[in-house]
Design a protein around this ligand. Structure first.
Ligand code: NAD
Ligand code: ZN
Length: 332
């Protein structure tokens, strides 16, 4: 932290609950010559809004924050996305770094440089690519995190295992309960391996022209479910877990995975408890949602599917019946 944050003005964007828990320890790392400006935003997805962006610009200008400053995101994915968007646009861009404090942010959102805010018409529609100077993932910060947030991060970690890294899959198979119980050694290993996996993909395809789409595994089905259950009822990570089950069902129906690979993967996903009643699903609405997802190209739904365990393939959905059959795994 000391080595890489040498700016004389450091703006820490966080929220009050997180800062109360861990802020003091963070501030101890800087020297007395550095001007520190902590700014707190509301603790909710609504912080990723135009109103909040405007408020932050005003605070930075009033405090005479210059182009040489460092903006440090200290929080979960919401803070990282918002702070990064500010860093990408304030005075046409200032340095940016991330200290992610949720498991999801450490394994996923803090890496890769996608930053942005929501529009009333949809999530994450306004944004930029802004690579951080560094990401400091300290798993000690996760001690205070609610269990549900660990489950959400695990959704993304299992994703890397299922389509990119079979060794990670095997490790999860052995250690999933330890991860759910926040075993520090297991969490550290998962953050390390996951951030490396994501960084490798992003380094090859920063702007999501092709390969980066692999990170959407489970998300095309998952986003449709997430929207169906409205913000808050089903968390993103939980929706991704359900979405990966659908993707595996689709893959089995199309003989991309063996019955054994299917059974092992579904069994792993089933070990993460999710409160969800699949009997209430409306297949027509779900399929419609999939067709309007922002990743759809020329009306074709491009799926990321497993090709065995630890590999992926991209494939266009042949017809809606195949998609419906995939969703049906959730009703069993
Ligand atoms: N940029 C990307 O590539 C990318 C990828 C995935 C998700 N996202 C975005 O990330 C956001 C979700 O991020 P998230 O899951 O981290 O949720 P979040 O940022 O809302 O944090 C979840 C909750 O945990 C609390 N919290 C954070 N750290 C804590 C700690 N150490 N101890 C106790 N409580 C703590 C937060 O205050 C919040 O209430 C979404 O807006 C999503 O769009 C972005
Ligand atoms: Zn995700």
């Amino acid at each position: 932290l000391n080595k890489h944050s040498t700016a004389t003005q450091i703006v820490v964007i966080s929220n009050e609950p997180i800062f109360k828990l861990h802020g003091e320890k963070l501030m101890d790392h800087f020297n007395s010559k550095q001007k520190m400006l902590p700014i707190f935003v509301p603790d909710s997805e609504n912080a990723k809004s135009f109103d909040q962006v405007q408020t932050l610009y005003t605070k930075l200008l009033e405090n005479k924050i210059e182009r040489s400053a460092l903006i440090l995101a200290f929080g979960g994915g919401v803070i990282g996305d918002l702070a990064g968007f500010i860093a990408a646009t304030y005075l046409r861009g200032v340095s940016f770094a991330q200290i992610p404090t949720t498991f999801l942010a450490q394994v996923d959102s803090s890496i890769g440089g996608k930053v942005g805010i929501n529009h009333p018409l949809g999530k994450n529609l306004i944004g930029a690519f802004k690579q951080p100077l560094f990401v400091l993932g300290d798993t000690k910060l996760l001690g205070s995190l609610p269990d549900a947030e660990i489950r959400c991060g695990l959704g993304e970690v299992i994703k890397y295992g299922l389509v990119l890294n079979k060794t990670l899959f095997e490790y999860l198979d052995k250690n999933l309960e330890k991860a759910l119980n926040k075993d520090p050694h297991v969490l550290l290993n998962l953050v390390k391996v996951s951030s490396e996996e994501k960084a490798k993909v992003v380094a090859k395809d920063e702007q999501e022209k092709d390969l980066r789409m692999v990170l959407n595994f489970g998300h095309t089905f998952g986003h449709a479910l997430e929207a169906d259950f409205k913000f808050g009822q089903l968390k993103h990570g939980e929706a991704v877990i359900l979405g990966m089950k659908c993707a595996f069902q689709y893959a089995l129906n199309n003989k991309l995975v063996s019955v054994e690979e299917y059974n092992r993967s579904i069994a792993l996903l089933n070990r993460i408890p999710i409160l969800f009643n699949g009997k209430d699903l409306n297949l027509n609405t779900l399929i419609h949602r999939m067709t309007i997802d922002k990743k759809v190209k020329d009306g074709n739904i491009r799926l990321v599917l497993p090709d065995g365990i630890g590999n992926y393939r991209f494939q266009f959905a042949e017809n809606f019946t195949e998609l419906e059959k995939a969703f049906k795994i959730l009703a069993d």
